[in-house]
Structures are given as structure tokens and as C-alpha cells.
Write a protein that binds this ligand. Structure first.
Ligand code: SF4
Length: 214
């Protein structure tokens, strides 16, 4: 039997207010918390083997944990050396912060940047996301490591026309994988259901990705 995946919700902190996120909708009810470093130490000491450790917040973004790098160092020392997967929007961290992150990760690890749109549309769903620092994060990660860089994009009506352009940027930023998602969360005010299919959108993305290499 394969070793299990360990999912750690590092923090309920987030700099964004994505319109259909439960955290945004129930902000008043969600206490701001961080997982204690000693909890991660104790999991390591238990000796249990995991094939992957996923840092993917349901109600927060892991990169805002105040001891993120200390936790990453402990995870890299876990028995069996599991794959580390970090899911984030990637806003507001500095070049030095991303460099330190990149240097701690190995080729088999991955960072998933959730970026649904380009500079002019990103904020329609990812309210308060910061395009320039996301870009800096992606470029720094690739500059200092061989970690797998994944661009995740939720398809909305306001971003479905930008896939070819996204493909060109992904090529430029050395993105390893593009993950196109269809959400079940839409509302008339904030995030309208896309008109185009995910297959069509993928095709558009691929066209940009290939064209830019000519
Ligand atoms: S980045 Fe994630 S946790 Fe933060 S508001 Fe958006 S969906 Fe919610």
C-alpha cells in the first residue's frame, strides 16, 4: 500500500478576498490562527512515512504563516522525504522570501500558483491579488530552483479570452504545467459562468504556449 498524503492547513491568514471563497463570506466567524511549529515537529518525530505533504489552505494561504520557512525545513527532514506541494496565490512576498523558499525545495516538489486571469482581470475574482509580486514569485522560484511550477487558472467569463496570452507568459516564465479548473461557484455579481468549454480554453492556452517558442 502506498504511504498516505498529509494535508496541513498552516494558517487561516490570507491577504486576498476571493469573492466566492468561504473565508471571504464568513470572515467574521473565522478565527485567525497558525499551526504551531511544534505540531509539525511532533509529526516528524512520530516516524510515520508520507508520500506527499500538501500545504493547501481551504481557509487561508500557507505562504502567510509567520514561520513558513522553519516549517518547510522540518518537512524537508521528514522520514521518507515526501514530495512537498505548496498551493498559493503568491501575492505580496519579496524576492528574498521566494529565493529562500526555492532553495529549500527539490526538483520533485511543486508550487501551485492560483492565478485566474492576467494583470487587468485577476482582481475580478482574486480581490486584492497583486500581479507584480506573483510574477516576481514565479520568476524567482524558477531562477533559484528546479521545483515544478504549476499555474492554476479557474475559468470565468471575464478571463476566458486571455488563455492564448497566458500561454505565452507561461512559456516565458518557464511554467511546467497549466491546470485549468472549472469552478462550481459562480454568482451574477462576481464570477460569471464561462461561455467557452475547458477544452477550447486549453487549446487556446496551448496555442500561445507554442507560438511564443517560434
Ligand atoms: S487566496 Fe484562497 S484562502 Fe485566500 S481568499 Fe482566495 S480562495 Fe480564499
Amino acid at each position: 500500500m502506498k504511504p498516505p498524503v498529509l494535508h496541513l492547513e498552516l494558517t487561516s491568514k490570507c491577504a486576498l478576498r476571493c469573492t466566492e471563497c468561504a473565508r471571504t463570506k464568513y470572515l467574521e466567524k473565522i478565527p485567525i490562527r497558525e499551526l504551531s511549529v511544534s505540531v509539525v515537529e511532533n509529526i516528524k518525530k512520530s516516524g510515520k512515512i508520507f508520500r506527499e505533504v500538501s500545504l493547501c489552505g481551504a481557509h487561508g494561504d500557507p505562504i502567510y504563516h509567520s514561520n513558513f520557512h522553519s516549517i518547510l525545513k522540518i518537512l524537508k527532514d521528514f522520514p521518507g522525504q515526501p514530495l512537498i506541494s505548496i498551493a498559493t496565490n503568491g501575492s505580496y512576498r519579496s524576492e528574498d522570501w521566494w529565493k529562500e523558499t526555492a532553495l529549500l525545495l527539490a526538483r520533485k516538489d511543486e508550487i501551485i500558483f492560483a492565478v485566474d486571469g492576467l494583470k487587468d482581470t485577476l482582481n475580478q475574482y482574486r480581490v486584492n491579488a497583486d500581479w507584480d509580486s506573483i510574477r516576481l514569485g514565479m520568476e524567482t522560484v524558477k531562477k533559484f530552483s528546479r521545483v515544478r511550477l504549476i499555474w492554476q487558472w479557474i475559468l470565468f467569463r471575464h478571463n476566458e479570452h486571455q488563455l492564448e496570452e497566458a500561454g505565452k507568459l507561461a512559456k516565458e516564465w518557464k511554467v511546467d504545467q497549466f491546470l485549468l479548473l472549472k469552478s462550481s461557484r459562480y454568482s451574477k455579481e462576481s464570477a460569471e459562468y464561462p461561455m467557452r468549454s475547458t477544452d477550447f480554453a486549453q487549446e487556446e492556452f496551448r496555442r500561445g504556449f507554442d507560438l511564443s517558442s517560434l
